[in-house]
Design a binder for this molecule. Sequence first.
Ligand code: ACM
Ligand code: ZN
Length: 487
Amino acid sequence: MKASSLLFPLPKHLEDKDGVFRLHETTSVAAEPLLNAIGDQCAALLGCKRGGEDILFKVQKEMAEEAYRLTISKTQIVVRSSTPTGAFRALSTLRRLALLGENLIPCCTIEDEPSHSWRGLMLDCSRHMFSVTFIKKLIDIASLVHLNRFHWHLTDDQGWRIPLDGYDKLATIASKRTESQYTDGRTYGRLYTKEEILEVQAYAHAHHMLVIPELETPGHVSALLAAYPGLGCTKGPYAVPDSWGIFDEVLCAGNEEVFTFLEDAIGQVAALFTDPYLHIGGDECPHTAWDACPACQNRMKELGLEQSHQLQAYMTSRICKLVEQAGKRPIGWDEVLEGTEQLGLPKDLIVMSWRGLEGGIEAGKRGHEVIMSPNTAGCYFDYKHLDSEDEMGNLGVSTLRDVASFACAPPSLDPSVQENILGGQANLWTEKVCSAKQAEYLLFPRLLLMAGQLWNPQQSETNLRMRSLLQQLCDRLDVLSYRGPVS
Ligand code: ACM
Ligand code: ZN
């Protein structure tokens, strides 16, 4: 077997050589001091030992952060990178070679670095919760194919999952839904504990992924309102819904208590999550409650706003300020661009484009950094793999061909937009995904294809020719995967 036929994502430059490096339990690993932790991780993940220089991690200055060089000869493997992250990416490549080559690692030289810096996976843990064990399994696999962002969707209408000191009803009310759709009506859900959140973060960091928590505002807040009805326009009573939808009741834009709560919540979330980004939601926020609310109407008068949808821009701006005050960079779904004629948008807000590429293009033109995750181009993994009644999935179809041809920064885009595109992301919404195995079936092998398109984009036919390799990888990683037609 040649390395070039075993590797997905395909490295940027790869030269196959003759022979193999035989990996076994007495293979030894050494690392220069900066890369010591990677040396330990390499020994643990490849099942070898520390001590000698069969596998050697060396620091090479002036390489890009995630770049690496790998030289595999019959007698030694040498990895060069300027950072532990680059060394980790090399280790992931090595691991895939070892997994698929059954510890006979084909000799080759590789020079590799990513095309895009944001290579994300979002998991909705609001509608249905997933265990820390499963999240860690996903992070391990995602990082194995060089994904580097775990976007953790932790609050929504059907369940709030982040513990906040001083808000006990998040645990007793906001985290519980009635599952009349899926079970016999039992109560479902809880908060993650702070320990669990820290455990996920530590695991993600050890796998060189950042964790981005999402705190949905100003819509998709039914669960929060059920616990704290004073934050809504009508003051309730509200209930945690037992089905999916877009709900009219949202955070009141005219009530200062809402901003007091948000300041506290954002401050606590920013302290618990140590990475630089905080996602503030922003999608699918109806304005009907604002239209009927005296406090919101007063707010509009005070600001000289004519249309209630401009209140979303007001909310976005204030919430972004709170996020910045807490030392984080805000990210919002592309609806944050709407109603901004008078109030504008904070420049450092990153826009995540989900309703096609258009929102991202508009945001890029306006100088915002952009993450492309369009539901129109294969990025929604809650959609079916195939347009068939027999397939599980919801709302749409993202075929393997769609994912294999996904381009987060198509060459047809203006260079001024291109330069603002950080990368792309796959999203798994989970209203109808009740178990880890169902999640795996929807994620695989699409997640592998997505990772390839974000690391080193190829023609879709080139990707689809790797289908059996992707299948083998899924099997080796013990994930349930879709095995049907590509489109
Ligand atoms: C979304 O899918 N509502 C971001
Ligand atoms: Zn209101």
